[in-house]
Design a protein around this ligand. Sequence first.
Ligand SMILES: *[C@@H]1O[C@H](CO)[C@@H](O)[C@H](O)[C@H]1NC(C)=O
Ligand SMILES: *[C@@H]1O[C@H](CO)[C@@H](O)[C@H](O)[C@H]1NC(C)=O
Ligand SMILES: *[C@@H]1O[C@H](CO)[C@@H](O)[C@H](O)[C@H]1NC(C)=O
Ligand SMILES: *[C@@H]1O[C@H](CO)[C@@H](O)[C@H](O)[C@H]1NC(C)=O
Length: 286
Amino acid sequence: MKILLKWQLILLGLLLFYRFHVEARSTRPQRIINGSKAKAQQFPYQVFFEILNNSKWIPQCGGVIISERTVLTAAHCFEDKFDLFRLYFGAVNRKNSSETGQQRLIVHRENTVIHEGYELDQSLNDIAVINLPAEIQFDEYIQPIGLPSPNQVIDNKDGITSGFGSTQAPKNGIIIKSDHLMYLKVRILQNQMCKPILHKYFPARFFPASWVCIAPNKSTPCGGDSGGPLVIKNANGDNTLVGITSFGMDTICSLKRPGVYTRVSSYLEWIQSVSKSTKLYLNGIQ
Ligand SMILES: *[C@@H]1O[C@H](CO)[C@@H](O)[C@H](O)[C@H]1NC(C)=O
Ligand SMILES: *[C@@H]1O[C@H](CO)[C@@H](O)[C@H](O)[C@H]1NC(C)=O
Ligand SMILES: *[C@@H]1O[C@H](CO)[C@@H](O)[C@H](O)[C@H]1NC(C)=O
Ligand SMILES: *[C@@H]1O[C@H](CO)[C@@H](O)[C@H](O)[C@H]1NC(C)=O
């Protein structure tokens, strides 16, 4: 019994490392995102943020715009200690401060609501809302994305996920997050397909309906992509947000294992209840 318990604890401990974000500082990925470079205006809902640590801005996580005043991200992006963070909107090359369309906004941690049920150990309810202190001005470079409807079918659909996460092997143990926004096309797995894969690696884990997985393929999200979007295109051409990048099933951003996202349709009521904005977009329609 004791041995079994210990094994479970070890597995839990391992899973902590496997988060796309945490992994960025604790491990050395041999594999990298094998994605494509985004063009300006291609992902106008994409956000990235840095945290202020000892007077230095450090790349942290992705996010996604869902209204003039609201950004969604992952709860685990707030595991580190920091008070201020700097959001990038409309950016493709985040280091280029004169980039056309790019806007930045410094936000206090108090403006963030982390889900009350968030649990790092279990990767549960890995979602947070950032209530922006000022309205974002929408233009060709900066746009919100529609939230899914509660019963929208997303399984087995093609999706797209994007971020400024790691694209290269670390140098001297430091992972270099991407200056350039990257994306990859993905296939969304049914939970009943993903669950046995998780259990192959982590037999003791349970698998909540509030997760959604992407199939392993030639590319994968990695450290720093956390909090970013998983999106599908509707028949009418509108985009719908289906997931928030949460964690991977190993430490090396392997191309052989699924990536796991927080399923946004499980949190619609929560998002509305904590968002200071009255204007959220459902399926691209206000
Ligand atoms: C913040 O800076 C300290 C000292 O430079 C470092 O040890 C720590 O890992 C940093 N924290 C983050 C979240 O990067
Ligand atoms: C920075 O952005 C400006 C305006 O979009 C562009 O003209 C310039 O080439 C960019 N610089 C780099 C280094 O990408
Ligand atoms: C890999 O992704 C591509 C889309 O980029 C898709 O056409 C293909 O079916 C995927 N392969 C698998 C095995 O899921
Ligand atoms: C990266 O993607 C390219 C094109 O899809 C593919 O040929 C290549 O094998 C991939 N790299 C890895 C390491 O899988």
